[in-house]
Ligand binder design. Sequence first.
Ligand SMILES: Nc1ncnc2c1ncn2[C@@H]1O[C@H](COP(=O)(O)OP(=O)(O)OP(=O)(O)O)[C@@H](O)[C@H]1O
Length: 252
Amino acid sequence: MSGTEVLRLESVRKTFGDQVVLRDVDLAVPEHSVTALIGASGSGKSTLMRCVNLLEGIDDGAIFLDGEEITDPRADEDAVRRRIGVVFQSYNLFPHMTVLENITLAPRRVHRVGRAEAEATALELLDRLGLAAKAKEYPDRLSGGQQQRVAIVRALAAGPRLLLLDEITAALDPVLVGEVLAVVRDLKEQGMTMVLSTHEMGFAREVADRVCFLDGGVVLEQGPPEQVFGDPQEERTRQFLSRVVASGRLQG
Ligand SMILES: Nc1ncnc2c1ncn2[C@@H]1O[C@H](COP(=O)(O)OP(=O)(O)OP(=O)(O)O)[C@@H](O)[C@H]1O
């Protein structure tokens, strides 16, 4: 891991009406690292990622990408979004477009990349993720795992600096989860900087360099996985992890 920091959150506060959803959140994400956000449903994991991608505005604090404040009202939102790839639980592929058209849509329409270049990039990424043969298929001909991998390719197509993965295996059959997780492992090996949220603790433990436990919008505990999972310092973390063990999701 190098010393360069890709993402930094400083005292981020986010409210929806009267509800404080993120409270004084500080987070630093070094280049080439993987940060896993864990925590109960409603603890604020998705909201944190939506704030980073500027899908939600924050009420207080600041978010920096490569040292530049992206929550500054003068920041160029389109340029910021191009540097941040996002994959959600639902793949959101357009059913009337082929895999290749889905992937090249944003590069061509939003980022004004020429068709040949956009397609060449998409095909190279599809090949890397073992999906080259699917380029001309429509999404409904693909399994859920394959569709999610296409969504990952789409997020990579603009050459992002940071990848946000919001519960990307949650909608998948357990047998398909493995192929998506394998892609994340490969991306990690290639040095992609990632922030992911997951309920699969086994996966977080395996892939993350840093685990961040959110509790009611507060980062209650963060550290290397062996520490957070093996020797949690906070009672609330221990309680959460024992509930996860009881539900059988610790092994991922
Ligand atoms: N657009 C919104 N308007 C109002 N409240 C919202 C909105 N989005 C999220 N919330 C609330 O913010 C809180 C945090 O939600 P969030 O989706 O970030 O949690 P999460 O940790 O990602 O949960 P899960 O693990 O179920 O995905 C919840 O109480 C949720 O109801």
